[in-house]
Ligand binder design. Sequence first.
Ligand code: AMP
Length: 298
Amino acid sequence: MSLGRARGAMCGMEHVSEIKAVRERVAAARRSGRRIGLVPTMGYLHAGHMSLVEASVADGLYTVVSIFVNPTQFGPNDDLDRYPRDTEGDLKKCADAGVELVFLPAGDEMYRPDASTSVQVRKLTDTLCGPARPGHFDGVATVVTKLFNIVQPDRAYFGQKDFQQLAVIRRMVRDLDMPVEVVGCPIVRQPDGLAMSSRNVLLNGDEHGRALRLHEALCHARDRIGVGERDPVTLTTEMLDILAAAEPRGIDYVSIVDPETLQPVLRIERAVLIALAVRLGPTRLIDNMVVDPHAAGT
Ligand code: AMP
């Protein structure tokens, strides 16, 4: 597939799989005075992804969605082969939402066999998901750099669901003087509290019920901070108790960290990021919440 036009409410949407075609479409949009918004995704789009798309469309930007299950951000034991895909459904959602261009590259369009360059963001990747997923953030930083170079967006939209990823990209953009504004968007949850994720479809019914403990643990910590608890060790211990009821295969981390540095805090005196990663069966889920002890309602 090199070029197509999706039918739907917004019948002007195009989808292309070649870098050259993206550059042509974006250049034409710029010539007609448009500014460009990019939403990078791995597809199997849900309401969380669509909230980023809606933000870009609402900003009046020529909105480009990339759909690419990036192999370099998966480790050998990760779920690359199981990762869900639904290109047709994704295209329909994009067309209905007012996306103007979808970029659907094949692996060999993005990576030449002898590619020898990668982007590494240090320090911020030493904590949280970094140790459990060696090389993951190098893969993310590299593919996002490539997408920025291909699309050259004015703004790029990322979800706080992947808080560490957002922090890594902000740091990379700052350190490398990339001319793009990074926009962080709030976590979209199911009515039962589970953070939306493409991986949720991999959970069986029982695992889905157990996965609700993740949000419950975060809410518990938030509420305890709200009534004055300030000790991260006490809170993480209580959260681990709640997560134990989910009968996880493993808990990669439960951490209370500074939202800027992602380093653990010794005492909760200002806003903190509470983050966790839990393995339920073969599926790894992450979730997080920023809690400010001084905010009203906390
Ligand atoms: P992914 O397809 O998982 O790589 O995600 C693509 C983008 O969507 C990333 O910026 C994610 O942080 C964002 N995203 C995924 N799930 C959610 C969610 N539940 N709420 C908000 N943003 C999300």
